[in-house]
Design a protein around this ligand. Sequence first.
Ligand SMILES: NC(=O)C1=CN([C@@H]2O[C@H](COP(=O)(O)OP(=O)(O)OC[C@H]3O[C@@H](n4cnc5c(N)ncnc54)[C@H](O)[C@@H]3O)[C@@H](O)[C@H]2O)C=CC1
Ligand SMILES: O=C(O)[C@@H]1CCC=N1
Length: 288
Amino acid sequence: MNLSESSVRSSDSPALQCDVSQLKIGFIGAGNMAFGIAQGIIASGKVPPSNITISAPSMNNLPRFQERGVSITHANDEVVDRSRLVFLAVKPHLVPKVLNGISGNVTQEHIIVSMAAGITLETLEELLPAGTRVIRIMPNLPCMLLEGALLLACGSCAGQEEETLLKALLGPCGLVEAGPEHWIDAHVGLSGSGVAFVYVFAEALADGAVKMGMPSALARRIAAQTILGAGVLLRDSGKFPAELKAEVCTPGGTTIHGIHALEKGGFRAATMGAVEAATERARELGKK
Ligand SMILES: NC(=O)C1=CN([C@@H]2O[C@H](COP(=O)(O)OP(=O)(O)OC[C@H]3O[C@@H](n4cnc5c(N)ncnc54)[C@H](O)[C@@H]3O)[C@@H](O)[C@H]2O)C=CC1
Ligand SMILES: O=C(O)[C@@H]1CCC=N1
């Protein structure tokens, strides 16, 4: 399919939407992130699993894709030959080797989408034939439940059409935003890695309740629901975190005493420091 011949069609809504149902999609690398994105794409019902091909060197991670009707292979070049939109889902240090292996099969018809933390558009374009349409996306693990947060940035040969296509395809995975490439590293800290920071917080919340005498399984269930509910309220109310916090804090009440304890522990500084450290690490990975 030649995307430039226009897979973009008008819909009832004023915004353009892409007809992605005919698109052949490939994944190189079959780990957690590939599974998250593929799961989101499949769950949306927009793309039949038979239009998707995935490769990995061993069978370790492939059965869960095969069970969902996705074609599997051990050959990365087969993925490229069978697909027009190819997600690169290997660990960052493997990207140069993998791109060297497939670049002979990449044509002007392909769109290559890398999710590797730290690997810049410049590096990706250098490793691929001149003129290749390249996009970076930074997803996070909840994509697999259609509650992800993704940021994308287009390379020098990709533009509005490719961005529209990606947004239509990945929209079912969650929030999809586009921006300049230098936001991608901050998104790694905020959201890609941020998911793990939230799990550390969840563990600590539950541990606090265990310390106060609650059984741990119950404490974990309540911690998860507390974070879910707080997140949905923050997302859907349109209010600032500080406004919602103020609504919970009764003067002289329990919450403000708890918040004081968090502040004494340097909670905000530690959280900001975690986002900064993960962002800096992503930048470091991107240095040649
Ligand atoms: N895990 C996360 O939450 C996030 C990960 N990322 C990025 O996603 C990418 C993938 O990360 P994960 O899925 O966590 O890694 P993972 O280790 O779970 O999966 C990597 C996959 O690549 C396969 N692989 C290894 N060598 C290969 C080769 N030569 N050819 C083809 N496949 C090969 C492995 O068999 C495995 O299936 C990374 O670049 C990471 O920076 C981005 C955002 C969030
Ligand atoms: O830890 C990592 O390097 C990857 C990138 C964002 C989330 N996990």
